[in-house]
Design a protein around this ligand. Sequence first.
Ligand SMILES: [Zn+2]
Length: 481
Amino acid sequence: MLRSTPRSLPSLLALLALSNLVLSASLPAGQAHDHAPLRKRLPGTWYQPGDHPAHALFRRGKRDTSNDGVDYPPVGSSQWSAGYPQGKPDPTEYPQEWLNALNAAVAAGNIPNVPVSTQVNGGNPTYGSLDPTGNEVCSTTYGCRNNDDIWDAPDGVWAAGFDDGPLPTSDKLYQFLQQNNVRSTHFMIGVNILGNPNEFSFAFETLGDDIAVHTWTHPYMTTLSNEQLVGEFGWTMEIIHNSTGGHLPKYWRPPYGDSDNRVSAIAKEVFGLQTIIWNHDTEDWSIDQPGYSTTPESVNASLTQWITGPKSPGLIVLEHELTEFTVQAFIDAFPLIKSSGWDIVSVTELDGESAYANADGDDGEVTPVSGIFLNAPAAAASNASASASGVNFGSSSAATSSSASPSQSAGSSGGAAGAGGAKQAVGSAGSSSSSIHAAAAPTGTNLASGATSVHWQHVLGDVPGMLAAMFTVLVSAVVFA
Ligand SMILES: [Zn+2]
């Protein structure tokens, strides 16, 4: 159970993050050793009464009583694509409403003044002399469980969710989910939605699955400023909102499982997003990657151990729709999940709630968002008491530190542990569909060789600029040790 967390990571990660390239996830260390009072269910309706301020952040179009107030270009159209950043969000191009909401939350004292973390050579983010597991920071990378975050499923429940889509590799998974009538939550990356509109629409419209936020460009979120965080959340919510007839996501999952009290607060206070982590990591993303011993067999062995193991707590397993290997890992494990008696539900169905803040079910009528924000303007201040179940920053009882240490990890599978264990880069499945997605890029991998490539041409307006940036990164990636 115990194993060491890698002490350092390739500088590649930082390069990639800086270059808007999409990376994938790894494991927050130590969650199995946490003794804090844990939430095992997704939140109920505590934040839904009253008017939800996030509503105003996305209904900025001309008002039309026949819809929810926004003109929605057809998903995949050039008009649709033109509405979003083609790479890392530029704060000077945000809707002013987002920055106003951030400023209001900060002014109200609802965003803790946790310093931006520092990341060196792709290692675990650090906070200077501050204890990352302490009440002030409470970094998920180090296994600290904020009371508001979700790590476990109810007993006997398998929470089905997949990160990093939509991608061309999602197609096989979606077919399987459809054939087996499995509902799941897709933690989607904004730029991947932009690049793979057909897969996105299939997940939402045909599967009727839940769409959750996995940020716009998949950075280590704790390394970003408040303003940068707003863009990563905001644009992803915007493209989901505007591509689903106005459904506003309620949940998000941090890339690499990297969040802390500040990041979690901005997600919640500005955008109403609940943070979902996981309690087991298949490390499926590292299958068949140079430098890793992870194989389909080793992933299957880990899954088999968890599936046939204790039913308490229920399982939230980190899985990806990232490569053919990650997809096949779930497909191969599915019969055993079924035969072992797990109640398989979408991650966001754990508490019987809709995945969206403003609709009655996935195909229900979209209604104005309602809910509670700690930074609610005066009109909603009367609802502030409902935020009591949220994080009370500055209170020692709120951001509960876990007893986990960075040297501990929950998963029993092999491979890297710790959020810093993520070693992924940009690649593509070679599909004709546009994609920005991650193929594992472990330490020492020569990214300029092999099958990694990127297809931007169908989606990005600023193709030359982005290609130049990516080329620079890929070349740079060759030389790190
Ligand atoms: Zn991811």
